[in-house]
Design a protein around this ligand. Sequence first.
Ligand code: SF4
Length: 363
Amino acid sequence: MIKINDLHVIYGKEPLAMIKALLAKIELEKGLTAEMLIGLKPNLVVAKPAENGATTSPLLVEGIIQYLQEKGFNNIVILESSWVGESTKRAFKVCGYQDISTKYNVPLIDLKEDSYRTIKEGELALDICLKALEVDYLINIPVLKAHSQTRFTCALKNLKGCIPDREKRRFHTLGLNRPIAYLAKALPVNLVVVDAINGDLSFEEGGSPVAMNRIIVGKDPVLVDTYGAGLLGYSRNEIEYIEDAVKLGVGSGELASARIFEYNTGEKSGTVFKPGRQVRRLASCVVAKAACSACYGSLIHALQRLDQIGKFAQIEQLFIGQGFKKEERDGIGIGSCTAGFSSFIPGCPPSAHQIVEFLRNML
Ligand code: SF4
């Protein structure tokens, strides 16, 4: 069974099969009883298909439902409230959740229509949708992606879809970071399943998806977010709400004491990568030969971080990919395949954070 300091990462291109395999590894059913109401909370912030990089893949949610139903758990609901100004019902439809609901007889709950309860958590009183509080086992299914205000969004911030629109607006007046941490304290989740297949490079509403080809599962949302932030090029202390959540005791951000299990590592290569304009600009300094998507995605996120801190223009050329495995030459290589280069960062794949630190020291 999965422990609080465990992270399970599976690579591949088929979210449905991947998540079923991963849930079997962690024996999800052992933490459940037949009478439990199980809530699935995807990220449907906007009404755009998952391919745009903003919303949770319906195949991932379908895989979770299939797994649960095959084990005899049929008391499942899908909960969401899209961002202010978007209709959750429209998002359910456009993102493929209406079809899932019909196919598996799983109700969709639009939390914009729900009532709420005020929960006092430390110095803050938070209004949280009743249905989210009522489920017995909450599975948070965020997308790993960038965010224009908080830099990064994953497990902790995805819970913002469990509060009324009025409360979402108030969160912004409170500085966003602190209330996100308090919300995670007030609304504990039982499991986090991260869609890190194709999250966006810069905005939570999508538009510049980057293939990362993996799903991450953990119980501690702070640990999951710390790990996820690293995949996008950030250390824990660069994401304010993760630090706030650590201080509040929501979870641990100590990756050093985490047990990380990886599966299907041979599946890191893969999906057809269709870079948008922004990604193409960042990739202009990259020479890739048979690069795995997981590795290439890490590099693109790292270059985005270096661009943000004004270092991107100093990079001349980087090499990445399995096609460089046997080459010995001058140049800067990314990933263990480039071990023959005069400078290279090991890892298979290295995280964006590792690449950022490596390149920062070289520039
Ligand atoms: S180091 Fe090589 S094999 Fe490993 S992920 Fe990168 S490109 Fe793929």
